[in-house]
Design a binder for this molecule. Sequence first.
Ligand code: FES
Ligand code: FES
Length: 151
Amino acid sequence: MKKISINLNGETRYVHVEPNDVLLDVLRDKLGIKSPKSGCERGDCGACAVLLNGKSVRSCLVLAVEVDGQEITTIEGLSKDGLTPLQESFIEHNAFQCGFCAPGVTISATELLNKNPHPSREEIKEAIAGNLCRCTGYESIIEAIEKVAKK
Ligand code: FES
Ligand code: FES
């Protein structure tokens, strides 16, 4: 076991991890952060995405020991002070059905809008290409992101 510290959603959190513990499991099972979802657990679906120092990563592919001393942001952190305009837009567009993919899509779209506040439709599609959604066909998700991008 190794004790690591993570700046998690703006707070310093300490946790003991095994060398082979993946970040997704540590967030969900040891730190009570439930927004990243366990889908494929091999980097294919994007449901487990979180921001690591502002960059989207698949937390099922990151070892917890690798993030010692670094900054992780999840949906819990993004909406700490209320829903973001992106989240409001997702609601307005009924962008999700079952919602399983929603945290990962939100992380990918947040990263995009932070880097590029006015992306094109193509850039939006590219940004969420790694997030699988079994329910929606993506149109409502893209429209919701586009609305924020046009503001
Ligand atoms: Fe991590 Fe699918 S659970 S990419
Ligand atoms: Fe169900 Fe996307 S809303 S997987």
